[in-house]
Design a binder for this molecule. Structure first.
Ligand SMILES: Nc1ncnc2c1ncn2[C@@H]1O[C@H](COP(=O)(O)OP(=O)(O)O)[C@@H](O)[C@H]1O
Ligand SMILES: C[C@@](O)(CCOP(=O)(O)O)CC(=O)O
Ligand SMILES: [Mg+2]
Length: 388
């Protein structure tokens, strides 16, 4: 039994961090993906008794014997597929031991969280069967573009696509979408994986990676959005590494120290996200031209960035990108958890290509990496044939 699954990364146009505390946020998928190829041995096939994880881009391979997993994770018999369970503290400890035994290179130790999520999702959905998962990704890891969620969504999609938990026509060729209710199940399982990586995720990243498009999201509920204007975003990766779990925990600690002030910040972000969502969706008219709508978005992005600074998640490298784009009268904000990572800059529809080229050249001369990604594409998909 073999399948491939892919799931996109994302940008957050407004509301990161505040969304963890109940505010509205707006996000869109980007056309960068994590892809998982999964092969599970059937009862009739001979196998090597191993569960293998190959992180191909990094040239790393990990494997665990079925006996070892059974000994350390006694509850690893398959769970009820339709009601995903959270990883208990005991299981988390056992999984940490399984990961530590693999001697991950010190420079790549951040991968430990992703590998733990793999073990939890694999054993919960398929129990202890020999298998090989090969992962590739063109998303930068730990940069705010949701690589953790896209990893968990593509993994959950592949695992469920080879289970009886979803309904798929395995004889169909090419990339296939899930039914709505199956997408919801993929999303729930991915959220359990994302919890292992983020600690306390809001669920926005796995939701937009699963369903694709552009969404507004509040307290676990998504609303699909339909943009009525062109939205071109420049993504600048500062290449400053950071970790979402630590940044989310830092904002929670600040909230405990200053509950009233932070509650006002989160309320302001909620209003910004709602206004941003309605601006993006309202039809351009004589009252509000595309240019005026872009002006509104720019102001809202700048206000959101100011509030992210209040939360303590900006960074000197982010400030450099903001200053550089402002020289060209362009508005920017960090996207994702901040502390480094990626910055979004709105490129107005009528902006001359020469200006875009100039701003990119200047940002890249600072050592940053720029990309113009398409936003709002498809969510999780699977493919059963090896030719597509
Ligand atoms: N392709 C992958 N293979 C293994 N682990 C991954 C992969 N993509 C993401 N991860 C896990 O997610 C972590 C990065 O997640 P995070 O800090 O939330 O940043 P982001 O989601 O913005 O990329 C990595 O350190 C790793 O643990
Ligand atoms: C900061 C946060 O709002 C988004 C994190 O995104 P990323 O992992 O930095 O891509 C956290 C969350 O919503 O779970
Ligand atoms: Mg993440």
């Amino acid at each position: 039994m073999e399948v491939r699954a892919r799931a996109p990364g994302k940008i957050i146009l407004s509301g990161e961090h505040a969304v963890v505390h109940g505010s509205t946020a707006v996000a869109a998928s980007v056309d960068l993906h994590t892809q998982v190829s999964l092969r599970i041995s059937t009862a009739s096939e001979s196998d090597d008794g191993l569960i293998k994880l190959h992180l191909k881009d990094m040239g790393l391979e990990f494997s665990w014997s079925i006996q070892r997993i059974k000994a350390v994770l006694p509850e690893s018999s398959r769970h009820n597929l339709s009601s995903p369970k959270s990883c208990s503290p005991e299981s988390a400890k056992a999984i940490t031991n399984l990961v530590e035994e693999q001697n991950i290179p010190e420079a790549k130790i951040g991968l430990a969280a992703g590998i733990s999520a793999f073990i939890w999702l694999y054993t919960s959905i398929h129990g202890c069967k020999a298998a090989t998962a090969v992962v590739t990704s063109n998303l930068p890891l730990g940069s705010g573009l949701g690589s953790s969620a896209s990893f968990c969504v593509s993994l959950s999609a592949a695992l469920l696509a080879l289970s009886d938990g979803v309904t798929m026509d395995m004889s169909q060729k090419g990339w296939l979408s899930f039914r709505e209710e199956d997408l919801e199940l993929v999303n729930k399982w991915a959220f359990e994986g994302e919890k292992i990586i983020h600690g306390k995720p809001s669920g926005i990243d796995n939701t937009v990676s699963t369903f694709g498009n552009m969404i507004s999201f509040k307290s676990g509920k998504l609303t699909l959005m339909k943009s009525s204007m062109p939205l071109k975003m420049l993504i600048t990766n500062t290449k400053v590494g950071r970790n979402t779990k630590a940044l989310v925990a830092g904002v929670s600690e600040r909230t405990l120290r200053h509950p009233d002030a932070m509650s006002a910040v989160f309320t302001a972000v909620d209003s910004i996200s709602k206004e941003l969502a309605s601006t993006i969706q309202s039809p351009a008219s004589d009252d509000l031209s595309i240019t005026e709508k872009e002006g509104k978005l720019e102001e809202l992005m700048e206000m959101n960035q100011g509030l992210l600074q209040c939360m303590g998640v900006s960074h000197a490298s982010i400030e450099t990108v903001l200053r550089t784009t402002l020289k060209y009268k362009l508005a920017s904000k960090l996207t994702g958890a901040g502390g480094g990572g990626c910055v979004l800059t709105l490129l107005p529809a009528l902006l001359a290509k020469t200006v875009i080229d100039k701003v990119i050249t200047e940002l890249e001369s600072c050592g940053f990496q720029c990309l113009l990604a398409e936003i709002g594409g498809k969510g999780a998909e699977v493919c059963y044939d090896s030719t597509s």
